[in-house]
Design a protein around this ligand. Structure first.
Ligand code: PLP
Length: 439
């Protein structure tokens, strides 16, 4: 069987035998294959995490591009500094101040989206077999990057208050006792992707204290922090201390992902290495994108624009929660106070990955929970995104999903009558907290 697989692969790609070991960590995620299916106009996609960029003011970007090109066009079209445009780095310190971070622009390194920030961090720190700790579930794009550097990703359980400090401590003890090296904890404290939960204020210093005590870096990935609906989340973990933390930010969700501009705020020594790694990866991040964003931040009401996004996503979050309550009252889900995602827990025994083609046949798409675990977990979980579809589309999408879930449940009951499906009761449904099996 192994032979057959190898020879099939060689027929598809004759260079198979030449790939480096790390290439085996590169595989298409569920999200990627979904984009093709879900982009059919008749499908309501609750799958991808695309920001609703159409809500950007009509001509704010056009005006910024016009000003940049008429005042400094030659510079915008030229290579720039590997660390990134100093003007933009100054603006970024103002953005981070909103999250309680006092930073020096010298410590900011601009990246091509925070996705590239993750790649640079992984490149600097991961040797094959190193352990990276991450919430379970975690961001699919980060899992992909860490895997591509042959990391051993170990998930840490968390609950409705985010990462659990005791669980983190226990995991560190267990992994250390196995003789493995842990390089960093990767965490998304605000409006987690995919789980929608937020790390409580009291746990933030506890988590940092644990990582520092064990000589582990903390990588704080925070693209959603400013997109809150009710109260702002607690200040960033990076606001507590500037040592031992790499903070990753992005303009993808608060402005537009098409610019591909994010950043890393790093302690001095690491910053130097990051700049070298950045230069070797892309020479310099896009001067054009950086200058347009810098101009936008200087001349537009960017905070007002973020408020517009908040209102819009809040309305969509409400539409999704109402639709879930009406159509799937016996399941449980998280109640996010910001960001893009709701995490839905199906009844035990249900398989979200196997159910996906049936859902697409009913013209609704979602991301199966398995995409967000490195260890094959997540079969009875689903990520639902409310950022892109309109409230009306969200309602239709959830109705369609409820039909598919209902069919699956009756099938399960028919074929496993001796092991009745335990549907979570209404009491286990979490209003403002996550499902019980977030681990
Ligand atoms: C948690 C998290 N980190 C990083 C990224 C990458 O964002 P970008 O590269 O567009 O800045 C995303 C995108 O969805 C994300 O959700």
């Amino acid at each position: 069987m192994k032979k057959l697989t190898e020879s099939t692969e060689i027929r598809l790609d004759p260079w198979m035998s030449l790939y480096a070991g790390r290439a085996s960590g590169l595989s298409a995620s569920e999200v990627r294959s979904l984009f093709a299916v879900a982009s059919r106009p008749e499908v309501v996609s609750l799958a991808g995490g695309m920001p609703f960029v159409t809500a950007l003011g009509d001509d704010v970007i056009q005006q910024a591009v016009g000003r940049v090109m008429s005042h400094s066009g030659a510079m915008a079209l030229q290579y720039g500094s590997g660390q990134g445009d100093p003007g933009l780095r100054e603006h970024i310190t103002e953005v981070m101040a909103l999250e309680g971070i006092a930073a020096n622009a010298d410590d900011v390194v601009i990246t091509t989206g925070s996705q590239q920030g993750l790649d640079l961090v992984a490149k600097l720190f991961i040797d094959p077999g190193d352990v990276i700790l991450a919430e379970g579930p975690s961001y699919v794009g980060a899992i992909g990057v860490f895997r591509s550097y042959q990391a051993d990703i170990v998930h840490v359980p968390f609950d409705h208050d985010g990462l659990n400090p005791q669980a983190l401590q226990d995991t560190i003890d267990r992994v250390t006792a196995e003789g493995k090296t842990i390089k960093f904890l990767y965490t998304i404290p605000d409006f987690h992707n995919p789980a929608g939960v937020t790390l409580s204020a009291s746990r933030r210093p506890e988590i940092l204290e644990i990582t520092k005590r064990h000589g582990i870096l903390l990588v704080e990935d925070n693209p959603y922090g400013l997109l809150y609906f009710d109260a702002p989340p607690p200040d960033a973990i990076r606001s507590i201390d500037d040592a031992g933390i790499l903070y990753l930010g992005s303009f993808s969700k608060t402005l537009a992902p098409g610019f591909r501009v994010g950043w890393i705020l790093a302690p001095h020594g690491i910053r130097e290495k990051l700049i070298l790694a950045q230069e070797s990866a892309v020479l310099s991040p896009s001067s054009f994108s950086q200058m347009v964003i810098s101009d936008y931040l200087a001349h537009s009401d960017w905070k007002g624009q973020i408020n517009i996004f908040r209102g819009l996503y809040r309305e969509r979050r409400d539409a999704m929660l109402d639709a879930l309550g009406e159509n799937l009252p016996n399941l449980s889900w998280t109640i996010p106070n910001g960001g893009f995602y709701v995490w839905l827990t199906l009844a035990p025994g249900m398989d979200s990955k196997a159910m996906l083609p049936l859902a697409v046949r009913e013209l609704v798409a979602y991301t199966p929970g398995t995409a967000f675990y490195a260890d094959g977990d997540g079969h009875s979980e689903i990520r639902l995104s409310f950022c892109y579809p309109t409230p009306a589309e969200i309602r239709v999408g959830v109705q369609r999903l409820a039909k598919v879930v209902g069919n699956e449940l009756s099938l399960l009951e028919t074929f496993h009558p001796t092991a009745p499906v335990r549907i979570p009761t209404k009491q286990s449904r979490h209003v403002s907290s996550p499902p019980p099996n977030l681990n």
